[in-house]
Design a binder for this molecule. Sequence first.
Ligand SMILES: [Zn+2]
Length: 573
Amino acid sequence: MKNYIVSARKYRPSTFRSVVGQTVLTTTLKNAIATNHLAHAYLFCGPRGVGKTTCARIFAKTINCFHPTESGEACNECDSCRGFNEQRSFNIHELDAASNNSVEEIRGLIEKVRIPPQVGRYSVYIIDEVHMLSTAAFNAFLKTLEEPPAHAIFILATTEKHRVLATILSRCQIYDFNRITISDMVEHLQYVAQQEGVEAEAEALGVIAQKADGGMRDALSIFDQVVSFCGSTITYQAVIDNLNVLDYEYYFRLITLFLQGDVANSLLVFNEILNKGFDAQNFVQGLAMHFRNLLTATDACTVQLMEVSAEVQKRYIDQSKQARVKFLYQGLLLVNECDLNFKQSKNKRLLVELMLIRLCQLTQTEDSLSEKKNIELSPIKVTPPQVKQPVVQSVEVQSQSATIEEKNIRQELRTQQKPLYAGSVSILGNRVSNEVEVAKKVEEEPLLDKKQRNATFTDNQFEKCWLEFAGSIQKNAKLTNTLMNFVPKRMTDTAFQLQLVNPVQQKDVQEILPTIKKFLTEKLSNDFLTIEIVIAENSQTNFAYTPEDCWDLMKKNNPVLEELKQNLSLEIL
Ligand SMILES: [Zn+2]
């Protein structure tokens, strides 16, 4: 095997331009050098491995270069530059405050500061991890920092700015280094791989970058580690195996299972993950991240918040289209709740499994909303004696072209309709029962006219048009809700009856009824269509509020009630 130089050292940037992911900052430094506006002390802050020390070294080299380039970079050819590059320059002094934090060490440095450089204009003193200096060392250093000799420039670097004394901060020009973004890092890794003759999948480099968490140095050493395992071809699969990273395929698969409400397979996937030796909490945190990424993928503005490679980003966007934002939001809440409770939980596996079950139920809950409505509506179910099911209900013609979606809607409607309409009106005897008050006869039968359209249509087609209309009124969510939940029942070929539960609803729908009728007439090509609105009145009360409304109000004030109701299988009467 060829002699391998650690990439982090080999590919350490030698010019400002080659520093990864800190363009704004390096440009500012370059301009300061070009216009000769040098300060005597700089403080470089930021996470580890983002290029603080590297920038300090490039800075020291550039201000000492004999022939800087037009773009303000060091030439890398003059004596001074070569001295820097070969690490034998006397113009640069580095002190790692993490291991040399005593007052003696600082005094030694201060002694050196007095001596002017033999070659070049400036002596640069780099103090790494400056926050680790002892208070005595800080104080000893302060004097020199206040009145440095003209040739001395200090560059202090720290990962923890808040631990640096205010007296030091106030004497420095402060530069904040960013975490390096995943895409910047992947780009640089691609460059390194190319230089080393290594073939690497972009997704594989993405995982390395993610594992490095914003530090280029770490990314490069992980890259070296992977190269030593995989040789000259780096694949996504090899990387996740070697770095013990949980494959994000699992998360993509799980979301699909949640959306299908597939509890069994979700639990099996989790079992597989545990069997592979992954930590349950890591899995939960990864899942939270996945939900978070899906949420950011739903909006073009927030897509950039996702720190993944372009290929994976596209997959997130695709998957986010399959789920409702509400599902993603509630999912994220559930996962986060599980993460928070994880430490205290005695049975951690059960906790995670419970979360998975609840995630599967999120979509189920939406689908079974109509069933819940039935329970709530049940008190309104008034059964007049000897009422037969209206004939029209059996005349349901199953349109052959009905799509699955339509069938689902029909299914939903059927479950809604039954209790609501059961026995509300008897059309057979052409009489109105006591419990039902015919609110208003809206439309008179239109006069027969040869020009008038009289196309036949199925219940199915009518329902579809009705729901289409309901969905089209964007501005009024309450009205949409009413129309979605209450679909007129067919009384004759063209006469429909819409039964509502309170006068407020009736008033709302009445106002828009002409528009509804016009819409349906056009859609169904039938000018004889009539819709009549009736109210099922609770015989015992005359309140505008139905028990359902009361319950909604109570729930609003005390959300625990809903849980109580479900747990005890209570019904509203
Ligand atoms: Zn030079």
